[in-house]
Design a protein around this ligand. Sequence first.
Ligand code: FES
Length: 159
Amino acid sequence: MHEPTTGIPVDRRVFCACAIAASALACGGGGGGGGNTPPPPPPPGGSTLKTTTDTKAVFLSQPTGTVHDYRNLGSFWLARDAGGIYAMTAICTHQGCTVNSWNGVVFPCPCHGSQYDLNGAVVQGPAPLPLKHFEVTVDGNGFLVVDTGKVVDAQVRLT
Ligand code: FES
């Protein structure tokens, strides 16, 4: 039998209990569906549908370049360009910081200097990818609803 050589005496029963516990962790923690691994929790906040305080009619009457901040509702920006209305994430594609402003020209990320244009395309790195766009619909009262769980093409517009 080979004893641990830390120089600190270890009671044999304690050593065995630790070895068994470590073995159980190694077996269950491999990510391969171990029997004792609980299922992942549901996404926080429940639904990915976020009802804004903007109506389609009013938002479409705004000039091109209008951007409304919905970071507190679901980490997204609601925007309007010549094509119509769209929504895109406020989460930077570099390392996940929140893109926290629109300066009228770009969305700058405060962490490492990435910049995105009005449509979320990268105009300055290190961001590797554009901002994701989300589906925008209208509820029964005319309010714009953004589904942060449904990614759509960057050219999709609500008109
Ligand atoms: S997280 Fe936005 S530039 Fe790095």
